[in-house]
Design a protein around this ligand. Sequence first.
Ligand code: SAH
Ligand code: SF4
Ligand code: F3S
Length: 454
Amino acid sequence: MNYTEKLHELTEEKFSHIPLVNVQTFGCVQNENDSEKIRGILAQSGFGISDSFENSDVVIFNTCAIRENAELKIFGNIGKLKALKAENPDMIVAVCGCMVMQPHIVAKIKKSYPFVDIVFGVNSIEELPYIVYNWYASNKRQISDPVVKTDIVEDIPVYRQSRSKATISIMYGCDNFCSYCIVPYVRGRERSRKPENILREFRQLVSEGYKDITLLGQNVDSYGKNLDPQIDFADLLSMLCKVEGDYVLHFMSSHPKDITRKVIDTIRDNPKVSRQIHLPVQSGSNRILSLMNRRYTVEQYKDIISYAKEQIPDVGFSSDIIVGFPGETYEEYLETEKLVKEMNFTQLFTFIYSKRNGTKAASLEDNVSHREKSEWLNRLIKIQQDIFFKYLESFEGKTVRALVEETKPQGYSARMANTLVVHFKTDKKDLMDSFVNLKITGKKGTVLTAELLQ
Ligand code: SAH
Ligand code: SF4
Ligand code: F3S
């Protein structure tokens, strides 16, 4: 008997009800994709899925380590579980994900958070039935030091909450070692899934009616390195687009050093691929980009974007920016500001540099005050807000297609392939999870408003 079956049997004996698990995601889409696997594997072991930790028998925090404030927030939330655990000692409190891939964090949990029962790493999801079984069997804390693994485990069941939107990991880890970034240390070396396994999962999703499917990787443009037979990301896109069905295919993230003209041409030739590309630039200064180990220049970044705009007139780019990298001068920040004004990004995610122990940048001298960094951040946010409102206004009067995501009083909320949210009113029922044609009538805050055309 395997541990999924053993755990199932054990919980059937132990509980008079179906035990519930609540998984909370604190990180990025990849982290959420892992949460879906955690839910999937525990559902297979006899657990029900709960949306709240209050009545759950197992609470799992899937954590993120990308910035210090992410970690502080998570520790705050873990702290809140102490009282709950005191009331209900049988409840399992587990912490997993990127944050616990750092030995100093595991040591801190061991010492200062005695009510945390289980800690498991990002690549140990398939061991979860074994770990939970052991906790029930021994009532002993299951905390081991993180091991960064390199193998790929296929066929972990995935529990998807949405009936229309899904993500597929096409690769794991990262080899880029951008000097500020913790991801390569916590997620390990880059490895790509075999195309046939991705295709199988993709076909399955399309046949189940999923309409918005996102391919995930820290750097999707380097997909396929070391795979035999040879395949690159553009080939994978072309292969997946041959699957018949009504869907939009997204991917994230792209890396400016690796996105090729072939990828752009493939998007141009396949209307099922979203015309919205997330291409994080991080900085508008070549000196800072080089210190960040990004391995492209502002000029190269602009070149690939101009090429894409030539080939795909309705393409849009979103981006990430870090302000206040160690040693960044005000003049260098101004170069970023200039680039943001010039690029007309459809969306911009802006961050203040956060020192991550163990990364290259952590040893660089950082002499810019936090106050100044916050000022730069706020300036960028304001500039982007104006750009975004103009972008929203550019849709007025246009007819668009969007996927209905949520019911609203007297109507629905839908999302366009470019990720913009549109609200519309209608008496029609049963529009959830289907594509609709809408005529944009205006905007309300950061969302568009529309009339239903069909
Ligand atoms: N692999 C993706 C995204 C990684 S994390 C990529 O390379 O695009 C998402 C974003 O978090 C990054 O693009 C970067 O802007 C930001 N980020 C990463 N490490 C950071 C740090 N130490 N401080 C501040 N922001 C950081
Ligand atoms: Fe981090 Fe750079 Fe890898 Fe993105 S590409 S995950 S920023 S190291
Ligand atoms: Fe994602 Fe955070 Fe890990 S951004 S890869 S969950 S460090």
